[in-house]
Design a binder for this molecule. Sequence first.
Ligand SMILES: Cc1cc2nc3c(=O)[nH]c(=O)nc-3n(C[C@H](O)[C@H](O)[C@H](O)COP(=O)(O)OP(=O)(O)OC[C@H]3O[C@@H](n4cnc5c(N)ncnc54)[C@H](O)[C@@H]3O)c2cc1C
Length: 416
Amino acid sequence: MRFSGFKVVKEALTGHRGWKPLWRDPEPQGHYDIVIVGGGGHGLATAYHLAATFGQARIAVLEKGWLGGGNIGRNTTIIRSNYMLPDNEPFYEFSMKLWESMEQDLNFNAMVSQRGILNLCHTDAQRDAFRRRGNAMLLAGADAELLDQDGVRAMAPFLNFDNARFPIKGGLLQRRAGTARHDGVAWGYARAADQRGVDIIQNCEVTGFRIENGAVKGVETSRGFIGAGKVGVAVAGSSGRVMQMAGMRLPIESHVLQAFVSEGLKPVIPGVITFGAGHFYVSQSDKGGLVFGGDIDGYNSYAQRGNLPVVEDVAEGGMALMPMLGRARLLRMWGGVMDMSMDGSPIIDRTDIDGLFFNGGWCYGGFKATPASGYCFAHLLATGRPHETAAAYRLDRFARGHVIDEKGVGAQPNLH
Ligand SMILES: Cc1cc2nc3c(=O)[nH]c(=O)nc-3n(C[C@H](O)[C@H](O)[C@H](O)COP(=O)(O)OP(=O)(O)OC[C@H]3O[C@@H](n4cnc5c(N)ncnc54)[C@H](O)[C@@H]3O)c2cc1C
């Protein structure tokens, strides 16, 4: 079934009886060439690229819950490629380019909206740092513009420019950045992977790995043993727990990140805006809700709910930036479990166990990475070699001291 304007009109005229489920609900087979653990954005994108880009067959995605129930359906939907370090920026720009063609590739409306992201600066030193980051982005083929205060005022006149502590001096703008409908991305990849023969198996929890003579032979699941030639793990916030079952201890901590949405308002925020003097970011959804968030809860947790100190901290950040926010009513809030790596950058690598591969450590920036993460993980699984834009995302970089610390804050996950 292909989606098109013609199809919508035809269904409207014939009682909407021709729509079909987006993917099948297959029983697990005894053996697959490649098993992907985790049906979030990264697992589904990997399965899609394995089948569509790298010509692999006999692939299954095993998901313990339902598609979209993890972080792919809990994030604040921001996509961007405004990184600075040479190990990061080409990867995220590759992802941005894949976002730009994704809806056509998948034949699915994921509501990719390039409405721009504006990072505000509040000191001269911060402006210098933004100029440097913008130049690094341009060198990697991304777009970047440095705005002065008047430029920011023209875009977002409602901001608190003259706050005594945090005056707004300008901002770094990436116009091609924006938002995408998060669960739609999961559904789009799932549908496109399913059409190419991938078995997507929900309610199937991986409970162990069968490892013989240093090589993975398959996974134990809540629906029985499933054999596999190769296993790729992409379980985000559950990374530590799942890889522990293979005897591995990861340089990753799990923390909660909360998000908030207000009642629906008339259009007011032009794109995504981030506060440079604290941790607060905001955008407006297509339904009109202000979607915003801030820091992770500072303690380790696997609970998909957060605590009140962060709510207060986020509200304070929002009020310092946009005092009018205090007039809006909060509609709901939620939390997701983040796989925080020690340097704030991800891992896409093979492990010491033959045939077992790992993708994780996305911290709270993994949604924007979904297309490139899927592509690069599929590249590694299919060819055995890392993709050139993900070559630095090695598991052993912590032992080698070659960390990729985008923020320069050291080995403190709660600060990345
Ligand atoms: C509140 C919040 C806001 C965020 N905002 C942004 C943002 O604006 N921009 C951005 O780029 N990123 C953002 N992120 C981060 C982003 O959502 C994640 O980094 C990314 O979604 C993680 O990858 P995933 O989609 O594959 O994860 P998930 O969707 O969590 O997928 C992992 C899957 O693995 C499954 N799983 C776990 N254990 C097992 C098992 N044993 N067996 C089988 N399956 C298992 C889980 O059920 C889950 O479905 C945000 C996250 C949160 C929580």
